[in-house]
Write a protein that binds this ligand. Structure first.
Ligand code: ADP
Ligand code: MG
Ligand code: MG
Length: 199
């Protein structure tokens, strides 16, 4: 079973990964975006750390809901509401239980990814974060590490795609040949989950 501390460790590991990779995320957002994905994610996850410290939520669902609300209120870009929705919806699905099973978390994340697709209107193949999130949740039933690997491969697979949603879609054919920044940060979130789960 996974307790509140596990979810706090996940959010801390995600923040550390975002901090480590922020420059790269911004570089990926330069040719097909507005070069702010790293700074958006860094601002958001720094605020998440502060909010979790200040409010000390007492259940897994509450950790993710607070993290999601914080991303929505601190990140101006498209990624703020999308990741905010992912974590808020996942947290809501977990309810008020003090501990959740891996199967409950898998189902909750599946619903969270569905909420991202509904909010943004994107599908796999559109060169967005969903190209990492969807294969990631699909492999959660195997292991957290398999999910992280699938998300990473999903991010790499966005390179030849034509962007159909978000800023990159304004570029049309010129979006081809670049890795999607949001898919890359989604792989970091799955990587952070695997790092805290498989120890
Ligand atoms: P902005 O594009 O507003 O500057 P960011 O740079 O922080 O926001 O985030 C861009 C990322 O958001 C993209 O790389 C893509 O993965 C994701 N994204 C944008 N629009 C959508 C959408 N409609 N559905 C899913 N993901 C999206
Ligand atoms: Mg951007
Ligand atoms: Mg922007």
């Amino acid at each position: 079973m996974r307790d509140t501390q596990f979810f706090l460790r996940w959010m801390a590991a995600a923040a550390a990964a975002v901090e480590r990779e922020a420059d790269r995320l911004t570089e990926l957002d330069s040719p097909i975006g507005d070069a702010d994905h790293g700074s958006n994610m860094l601002r958001g996850f720094t605020a998440v750390g502060g909010a979790l410290d200040a409010e000390a939520p007492a259940a897994p669902g509450a950790v993710l809901q607070l993290a999601g609300r914080t991303l929505i209120s601190t990140v101006g870009g498209a990624s703020g509401p999308l990741y905010g929705t992912l974590l808020r919806r996942t947290g809501k699905e977990l309810g008020e239980a003090a501990e959740v099973s891996d199967e409950e978390l898998r189902k909750a994340l599946y619903a969270g990814v569905g909420a991202v697709a509904q909010l943004g209107g994107a599908a796999p193949g559109d060169k967005t974060m969903l190209d990492a999130l969807v294969p990631g949740v699909a492999r959660l039933a195997t292991s957290y590490r398999a999910a992280a690997d699938a998300a990473e491969n999903g991010a790499l697979a966005t390179v030849p795609m034509l962007a159909r949603k978000g800023r990159a879609s304004y570029l049309g054919e010129r979006s081809i040949g670049h890795q999607d920044p949001g898919a890359t940060s989604s792989a970091l979130l799955f990587g952070a989950l695997a790092d805290v789960a498989d120890v």
